[in-house]
Design a protein around this ligand. Structure first.
Ligand code: NI
Length: 185
């Protein structure tokens, strides 16, 4: 168990396309997940991807509860370990094309900043948990946003690369002064 260093934007390891996990339920995998959880909790993150601690694997964790000081108004997202994920954008109703919505995001690898980022409002995501059991969920809103943000880390994308309107990009301390209890973000 350890809190690991979180790589910051500019580190080329954040720009890699991560490798698929091929071995489930191994000691090595469980140790990695423990480290990711410890690191996410220590930083009050809503999610963390393995590449953010320098591990080149398709593995993300995410989850929020009502007490997260970085996202005090966010809906609860169940704590999830998601491996080798695949995201499918969905329309809001059957037959409708996928639609996007913009909302504020931050990232532990981009400390001190927030931006409005467009994401699909509704998605299906599939993958595996650490034991190799299948995960298959259809979600929307903040949950869908968190999954898309974290899975972007697995293809070398940080949220500033998704920003379209740079007038909606700034320092957390200026945009949301009430949130400045975590100096790193
Ligand atoms: Ni991030």
């Amino acid at each position: 168990m350890a809190v690991r260093e979180i790589l910051k934007m500019g580190d080329p390891r954040l720009l890699r396309v991560a490798q698929a996990v091929t071995q489930f339920d191994s000691d090595e995998l469980h140790l990695l997940i423990t480290d990711l959880l410890d690191t996410m909790r220590a930083a009050d993150g809503a999610g963390l991807a393995a590449p953010q601690i320098g591990v080149d694997l398709q593995l993300v964790i995410f989850g929020t509860d009502a007490t997260n000081p970085r996202y005090p108004n966010a809906p609860v997202v169940p704590r999830t370990v998601l491996i080798n994920p695949v995201i499918t954008p969905l329309g809001d109703q059957a037959g409708a094309p996928p639609s996007e919505i913009e909302d504020w995001e931050g990232c532990l690898s981009v400390p001190g900043l927030r931006a409005k980022v467009p994401r699909f409002s509704r998605i299906r995501y599939t993958g595996f948990d650490q034991f190799g059991d299948t995960i298959d969920r259809t979600v929307e809103g903040f949950h869908a946003r968190v999954v898309q943000h974290e899975c972007d880390h697995l293809i070398g994308k940080l949220y500033p690369m998704r920003v379209r309107d740079f007038s909606q990009f700034g320092f957390t301390s200026v945009l949301f002064p009430e949130l400045v209890d975590s100096p790193d973000d």
